[in-house]
Design a protein around this ligand. Sequence first.
Ligand code: CP
Ligand code: NVA
Length: 319
Amino acid sequence: MSKHATHATTDPTTEPPVEHLLEIDDLSDDDLAEIVSSAEDLKQAHHRGEPHAVLPNQSLAMLFEKPSTRTRVSFETGMTQLGGHAVYLGPDTTHLDHGEPVADTARALSRYVDAVMARVFDHDKLAEMAAHASVPVVNGLSDAAHPCQTLADLFTIYEEFDGFEDVSVAWVGDGNNVGQSFAVGSAMAGLDLTMATPDGYEPDEEVLARAADRGPAPKVTHDPETAVADADVVYTDVWVSMGEEDERETKLGDFEGFQVNSDLLATAPDADVMHCLPAHRGEEITGEVLESDRALVWQQAENRMHTQKALLTHLLGEE
Ligand code: CP
Ligand code: NVA
């Protein structure tokens, strides 16, 4: 019997505590190592066409308040490949968007599915969902964090550098949800991270403190050139995240000088470039850099599926 397979049919109040992934540091260092190693195995099995249906008959509810290409499709195909099933609940498809409380939604879904993945505007909604769900809740992106992205990012770096040792990464741009989870995750992996953001767009102090609790503290600067000099990897994300459309004009001005382009990369000629996608060519990154051989973005996007399958196996698989 799986760790959570009984939740849909038995009284959740008698079940042991449930493991959620709301933030990347909900994972222990051992969990992270296990997920990276399992993602490697699952990726090989997938590429060789070997069946790996280790979660037969398990179901995942996928709640989305915002659009998604990668997160939705990688979770859905991932569940299918694991022998399970995913239910897409897009914006405006459930009663959650029409006044049904988060707690009631969480309790109802827990009676049907083995895990819930949710993409929400407000991170607090995830915490409330987790407080009332009797199955694992996975953050598929909130205003504060994108831990599933970080799993794929770390696995991509691990693949490229044969591990995490002596790898230095420059984050250039907004200290946003993707950057915040990456800051904590890279500390957990032991990466040397420097984040260059415009003044006022640094990751939250609380996030930086959590990162420092788990590994090498990320360095923060307002000078992209300092961050990028001699980096092994340069990582950026959009300047205007979903839900921030009203701030667009202000942010485009504030982020001037933070574009990842060939001039900025001149001091890191061998650096790989990462982007979680979708990218806005001509804003945070040039089309030239994104389309160049140094960009790992498609590998990163593919790795969303392998790392999430590893995560689901970790949360739902056999003990
Ligand atoms: N990187 C990422 O989460 O992409 P989607 O918005 O397409 O899911
Ligand atoms: N920071 C971006 C990431 C999209 C995957 C956003 O929140 O819109």
